[in-house]
Design a protein around this ligand. Structure first.
Ligand code: AMP
Length: 417
């Protein structure tokens, strides 16, 4: 028996209904805020991710699906959506049209340790607003994200926000952090010791218990903020309050990718004990220029769709559209039933053509498919130009069966489904 590759899942039934619902709601809200859909390839040249996300991040150093293709090019299955979109803005010549607003959704790949809510192939839904920098933009983007959550019925969440400051802030902070971490070097994990040398900020993302204890006492970015970054963050927080966003400042929030600067945020369930976020994002000041575009700022976020799906109630996503089974009693009526099902499709009525087996088998299939009505065509019906309409699962006392004129069947169904 073949199974899906470890950490990868088949989506069907309730999960697909949930997935489609989330995307539909996000498209609706996103369109209102002026976002256009973009779909970039699932694979990019490896450098696209290496250069933007950063060599020392967990995503690049441990989690990427990187292969040599048959032409010996190093390509990578995308671990996130932002880098590919920046690449596309430049390579498709869209930089003349900045600012740009894009929504995207689809598969992402990270070679992570699979567990509940953490997969190797998962789906993200994300937004990028590229080409301007203002606290209004940040607040509106986070407000839109909160509105999307409301639209899909997720209300018990909070938005954790922090600022990573501008370049000047991060330079000063990095110095302070290195000074502190160097004193603790002997107690750090091997990974963190390497990072201390190459990219000290990434030590703060470490999942190692001892590293985390050390980082809990480390100096905070907020103590090093430049005046401009401090004011910027204050404005963002004020505007978030004006938008009615339920936010909380978290000075330890650093996000796991190198390209973030200034505003950073994550979405978490308010449910105590759930520590994993279901979405996050932030501002990136120089990302577009990494790909040869102009040095303009952008901001974006992504929700993990699987994590959103966990928060939706299964029972609301089981229903299939009210379906009609078209059932010929025997061979002699199959052709007439075939014509009838075509008529239903032409009139946009969802239907199933059940022509295999005897009548009782066909009725069983209709039940399994949760059809609400069966249209039965037997010898008698054919002779009289009628159809027998059988209401499946009709409660006692309700109309269970009715013979309807074939000419009037569409009208009848329109009034009864
Ligand atoms: P990130 O790009 O790491 O900020 O991730 C954004 C969101 O994607 C997270 O909050 C998760 O909801 C989701 N996510 C990230 N990695 C995984 C994974 N391996 N499996 C499922 N969801 C993930």
């Amino acid at each position: 028996m073949f199974r899906p590759v470890r950490g990868m899942k088949d989506l069907y039934g309730v999960s697909v209904n949930k997935y489609n619902f989330i995307i539909e709601q996000a498209k609706h809200v996103g369109a209102k805020y002026g976002y256009n859909i973009i779909s970039t390839p699932l694979v990019e040249y490896t450098e696209v991710f290496q250069r933007s996300i950063g060599d020392e991040t967990d995503v690049v150093s441990k989690e990427m699906y990187t292969f040599s293709d048959k032409g010996d090019e190093s390509i990578t299955l995308r671990p996130e959506g932002t880098a590919g979109i920046m690449r596309a803005i430049v390579s498709e010549g869209m930089t003349q049209s900045l600012p740009l607003k894009f929504m995207y959704y689809g598969e992402m790949f990270r070679y992570d340790r699979p567990q509940k809510g953490r997969y190797r192939q998962f789906h993200q839904l994300g937004f990028e607003h590229v080409g301007d920098k203002s606290p209004y933009t940040d607040a509106l983007l986070i407000a839109m994200a909160s509105e999307i959550l409301g639209a899909i019925g997720v209300f018990d969440f909070k938005v954790l926000v922090n600022t990573l400051g501008d370049e000047e802030t991060r330079k000063d902070y990095t110095k302070g952090l290195v000074k502190y971490l160097s004193r603790q070097e002997a107690n750090l994990s091997d990974d963190s010791r390497r990072r201390l040398e190459k990219n000290p900020l990434r030590v703060l993302d470490s999942k190692d218990e001892r590293d985390r204890e050390i980082c809990a006492m480390a100096p905070l970015i907020s103590d090093y903020l430049s005046k401009e970054s401090g004011q910027y963050f204050e404005s963002v927080c004020e505007l978030l309050a004006k938008c009615g966003v339920n936010y909380e400042i978290d000075n330890f929030l650093v996000r796991g990718l190198d390209y973030y600067s200034e505003t950073a945020f994550e979405f978490k369930p308010t449910d105590f004990g759930v520590k994993d976020s279901f979405g996050g994002g932030g501002r990136y000041d120089h990302l577009l220029s990494v790909f040869g575009g102009p040095d303009v700022s952008g901001i974006g976020f992504a929700f993990g769709i699987e994590r959103l799906m966990i928060m939706l109630d299964n029972s609301k996503f089981t229903s299939t559209p009210a379906k009609i089974a078209v059932i010929p009693v025997s061979e002699g009526e199959t052709e007439a039933a075939f014509e009838l099902v075509q008529l239903l499709y032409n009139c946009d009525i969802p239907a199933e053509f059940l022509h295999l087996g005897n009548v009782s088998k066909k009725m069983k299939v209709a039940n399994r498919l949760e059809c609400s009505i069966a249209l039965i065509l037997g010898e008698e019906e054919l002779k009289n130009g009628t159809v027998t309409v059988k209401f499946m699962n009709a409660e006692s006392g309700a109309l269970k069966e009715k013979v309807v004129n074939r000419n009037g069947i569409i009208n009848f169904l329109r009034h009864n489904i």
